[in-house]
Design a protein around this ligand. Structure first.
Ligand code: AMP
Ligand code: TRP
Length: 324
């Protein structure tokens, strides 16, 4: 059984892109860790009250998905080893390789007013992963480059200081690794998009989900078939429906081929509602029970700390820091 680590930022509400691209592939195996990465959320401007609220809400989503046992859910800032290892990796990472990260290039390149944290972000992410000796990192397509950097750092460290780190692999699903905005199907569905109609939240009621899908932007044709270049909006809905139902994109397209976009979107809405409705119920139930969330996070923190501390000590030993 491969141990996994993954993280999600508490920057806003969890959407269908997060679920299909990442969360649905997170397995509750013993030895796997799933982290609410609050320190990563400080790389862009943030509001303290929102951060507190979103951290609990994000944790509630992960717990509702059943990831609290025997895998663990915890909050990054509560396990100090993350920030500490991040500093050591910051001294091994190179300006050039970090400057090549597409996420940094799209959010920060050429700007003097972005934080140093935004540039150093992938080093904190590498620390997250490497502390737990995991084999797999289940993420969406946008995180692949960061995991390649993590591998490079682990290999560089191991060859210079000895075999301390496990070198992890990304796990990215073939369909649904990049779910697109419902309003602009050339952009990815994103927490930071201010238009609520661009994304389906896991807490959206059934009628809201239906409305968002029925009004999703598509091209002006009539025929339903899979062509991401010519028909990105239809292709996006086909991928969403396929990943959530387990029926292939081709089969769904064949059913709706000549039935028109309205019937097709209605069918997609049925599939999405069937998948999201039970998740929403569990998330809302947990959100109404904050002490249950806090208890699970405390247990997660203890397990994570117990695993991270000896690994960080081994790193310190290897690089020549005096371990008390
Ligand atoms: P974030 O919302 O940036 O914290 O992302 C959490 C996880 O969701 C990461 O593994 C991302 O790769 C994944 N993710 C975010 N947006 C999308 C999307 N539109 N499609 C597929 N995966 C996504
Ligand atoms: N950078 C990831 C994102 O924005 C979140 C993240 C932080 C992460 N640390 C991680 C993902 C470690 C996987 C493993 O989506």
């Amino acid at each position: 059984m491969a141990k996994a680590f993954s993280g999600i930022q508490p920057t806003g509400e969890i959407h269908l892109g997060n679920y299909i691209g990442a969360l649905r592939n997170w397995r509750p195996d013993e030895g796997s860790y799933y982290c609410v990465v609050d320190l990563h959320s400080m790389t862009m401007p943030w509001d303290p009250d929102e951060m507190r609220r979103n951290t609990r809400a994000t944790a509630a989503h992960l717990l509702a998905l059943g990831l609290g046992e025997p895998s663990r859910v915890f909050v990054q800032s509560q396990v100090p080893e993350h920030a500490e290892l991040s500093w050591i990796l910051t001294c091994l990472g190179r300006m050039g390789e970090l400057g090549r990260m597409t996420q940094f290039k799209s959010k920060g390149r050429g700007r003097q007013d972005v934080s140093v944290g935004l540039f150093a972000y992938p080093l904190l992410m590498a620390a997250d992963i490497l502390l737990y000796r995991v084999h797999e990192v289940p993420v969406g397509e946008d995180q692949k480059q960061h995991i390649e950097l993590t591998r490079d750092l682990a290999l560089r460290f191991n060859s210079r200081f000895g075999p301390v780190f496990t070198v992890p692999e990304p796990r990215i699903s073939e369909v649904g690794a990049r779910v697109l905005s419902l309003r602009n199907p050339t952009e990815k569905m994103s927490k930071s998009d201010p238009d609520p109609n661009s994304k389906i939240l896991l807490t959206d009621p059934d009628d809201v989900i239906r409305k968002k899908i029925m009004t999703a932007v598509t091209d002006s044709g009539r025929e339903v078939y899979y062509d991401p270049e010519q028909k990105p909006g239809i292709a996006n809905l086909l991928e969403i429906a396929s990943t959530l139902s387990g029926v292939s994109v081709e089969e769904i397209a064949t059913v709706y081929r000549d039935k028109g976009y309205g019937a097709f979107k209605g069918g997609v809405a049925d599939i999405v509602i069937a998948a999201v409705h039970p998740l929403r119920e569990r998330v809302l139930e947990l959100l109404g029970n904050p002490s249950e969330i806090d208890q699970a996070l405390e247990s997660g923190r203890e397990h994570a700390h117990a695993e991270a501390k000896p690994l960080l000590d081994a790193v310190k030993q290897a690089v020549g820091l005096l371990v008390p």
